[in-house]
Design a protein. Sequence first.
Length: 460
Amino acid sequence: MKNVVAPEFFKDPRIEQAKKLLTEALTEHSAKITEVKPSPAENKVEYEKLMEDFAKMRGGSLFYDYIGSGIGNGALVELADGSVKYDFITGIGVHYFGHSHPGVVAAQVDGAITNTTMSGNLQQNVDSPRLFDLILDQANKYDAGFDHMFMTSSGVMAAENALKMVFQKRFPAHRVVAFEKCFMGRTLAVSQITDKAVYRKGLPKSLAVDYIPFYDAENHEKSIRMAVSHLEWYFNRYPGEYAAMCMELIQGEGGYWVGNEEYFKAICDTCKKHNVSVIVDEVQTFMRTEELFAFQYFKLDKHADMVLIGKNSQVCATLYREDHKPQPGLISQTFTSSGSAINAAYYIINEVVNGGYLGKDGKINKLHAKFASNLDGLHKKYPDKIKGPWGIGAMIGMTLFEGDTAKSKDFTFKLFDNGVLSFIAGANPTRVRFLIPAGAVTESDIDKVCAIIEETLNEI
């Protein structure tokens, strides 16, 4: 573009010098964080007061006693009490490049110096088209045929927008199908889909949802037969009433259960036969397998009608085909994301696409193999305490104490005290899970974390 002021501003030598100084300062101070360490005793009272006051203001305590100081180094993060821990849950899957990554911070700065904090329905900056082009280009890597993308402020809003579009397209259909043990979010509508009754307690029923069993790797053919027979029964019992099938390809909150290509294709083909749209929920799986999208890993490029992304992507979005394009007025938001998030999203996704992360021999698979091997070694050493590993790519879980929920939760708190952040998932069995910062973690980090896991196992 000619005669535009902005490019001159962004390339101003003073801006470049400021960014250079910021990177140097960040690198210098981040380098001081080198290993797990406890909080200095003199910070205990002040930190406890901070946690107590914050809990009162937010109406409840945080899951962990975690308030960050604002700096870290790769997979390590410093808390406000001066302790340092390994972050192997990354905000439940958001901080893909760990903490204080110079490239991510530089991208955030590029966004921060643009003219507004937020981009939205009426006003977007030039960084948005660049990001849309990257994501759609990668989504269509194998000629999937996604035409459009709507950016939004959270993963659950990406789901809400997808539901609105399919209900409009399939009107008067008003029912959806989902997998047992699925998690899709907690808004008024989407909480009806998430298969956990406690998330709907006290809420009015806003959506008719039916469930089918998720894939069982030990019963491949039976899984396919059961899924298809359930769908056929629903579709014949309520003809023309189903708008969408919502699919997590790898169940995260449900306990790190991994699906199967043949199983998914049988479901998609059955849905297509009955004019039911397929929504693939990748809010947690995006950038965690050897392909950028999990639907590509399972070769569902021609089967998915809509795809949701979030968490790792920094921005959240609904990708959809032309035949699902909504009528004017259905989808809109005052703001959809910040300039810092949009620029960080471009940096992170571009790095993953071009930085050796993907493919069978990519960094994601190598990190998984290392972590899985270590956990398998712990299983062989302590067969009565730990089983697994489960998951795929940058999603890894283990079953402790036969999946006992209370004991697993106690373990995560003790593991936190010892210097590693994890989280629980699923029920019957409950699993301890990790969403590793694949853009920052090293094999040495994994060895150190597994040593802390073993130490914690021996303390319980």
